[in-house]
Design a binder for this molecule. Structure first.
Ligand code: MHF
Ligand SMILES: O=c1ccn([C@H]2C[C@H](O)[C@@H](COP(=O)(O)O)O2)c(=O)[nH]1
Length: 283
């Protein structure tokens, strides 16, 4: 939690105002932030200085792992975060590739599970890395990448947390996650949960020991309309200790994640937090 608050404070103290064309808003911005999560000791990186809706963050991750391409699929598993970008983002509404209400196009999980090959057919990056890690293989390319510039015109938004690299040292599993753009008040709260949960889940289904997750952020920003609440309310609060995440031990394979896993299979204990803060969202 301290590293999150330090990043917020750094943005407030040293951030530079940058005009963002896509949203039409100004962002107070810093470049390069590194966060680290201790999955081995179950220090779940949930924000405690406001109430965090962590279930929606895990549901979003499950949708990515299943290769979802539609905001209705996300809603059905308890996640509302894609309604706006699927149905209100101007450039996407005007894009002839949009297949109608709730379509998100070829974003995130679609690239992760079925990256189109030039000569036809698809690559399932997640299946490959899970098969390798289960056999104790790390070919130094156990990568899940959602970033496909050749298909940006087929999706509603470019992926923000775009690449997850898994590494094995013996039976110990590490994760390095890369993010190009980070809405610190809203998005990071979710992205921290997702990095942690992704390592814990992949370790569980491949039979490895989850160690640490390294989260690298390039552009970390606060939108102008979020700044007063972040600076004058959230940053004035004292954090509580980290809660713990438990995952149903019956989850043993990628097929389990694809077929029957729900939010009921995840539980957070020891979550002490301050009151909710509703931050503005920029489409
Ligand atoms: N501007 C922007 N910021 C983001 O963080 C973001 C995007 N766009 N577009 C794609 C996804 C969608 N994400 C979102 C979208 C909404 C919330 C949000 O409204 N969170 C609220 C409540 C969530 C709930 O009730 O389930 C929060 O208080 O955290 C969070 C992340 C993260 N991403
Ligand atoms: O997982 C996510 C997804 C999105 N964001 C934020 C970062 C930006 O504020 C917007 C995306 O806008 P771009 O113009 O495409 O950079 O969404 C996030 O923090 N985490």
């Amino acid at each position: 939690m301290k590293q999150y608050l330090d990043l917020c404070q750094r943005i407030v103290d040293d951030g530079v105002w940058v005009e963002n064309k896509r949203t039409g808003k100004k962002c107070l911005t810093v470049i390069d932030a590194s966060l680290e999560y201790d999955v081995e000791n179950n220090q779940f990186p949930l924000i405690t200085t406001r109430k965090s809706f962590w279930k929606a963050a895990i549901a979003e991750l499950l949708g990515y792992l299943r290769g979802y391409d539609n905001a209705a699929q996300f809603r059905a598993i308890g996640c509302n975060t894609w309604n706006a970008n699927a149905n209100q983002t101007k450039a996407w509404l005007e894009n002839p590739n949009r297949k109608g209400e709730d379509d998100m196009g070829r974003v995130y999980g679609v690239q992760g599970r079925s990256w189109a090959k030039p000569g036809g057919g698809h690559v399932d990056q997640l299946r490959k890395l899970i098969d390798n890690l289960s056999k104790g293989i790390d070919d130094r390319g156990e990568i899940l990448s959602f970033y496909n510039p050749g298909e940006f015109h087929l999706g509603c938004l470019r992926p923000c947390m775009h690449t997850h690299t898994f590494s094995l040292l013996g039976d110990d599993l590490y994760l390095t996650s890369y993010q190009r753009s980070c809405d610190v008040p809203l998005g990071l709260n979710f992205n921290q949960v997702q990095c942690f949960t992704l390592l814990a889940l992949v370790a569980q289904i491949t039979g490895k020991q989850a160690k640490r997750c390294f989260h690298k952020v390039a552009n970390a920003h606060v939108y102008a309309d979020q700044l007063p609440m972040l600076r004058d309310v959230q940053l004035k609060r004292d954090p509580f200790p980290s809660p713990q995440l438990s995952i149903n031990p019956k989850i043993k394979s990628l097929e389990d994640i694809e077929t029957w896993v729900t939010l009921e299979d995840f539980e957070v204990t020891g979550y002490q937090h301050h009151d909710a803060i509703k931050y503005p969202f920029s489409e």
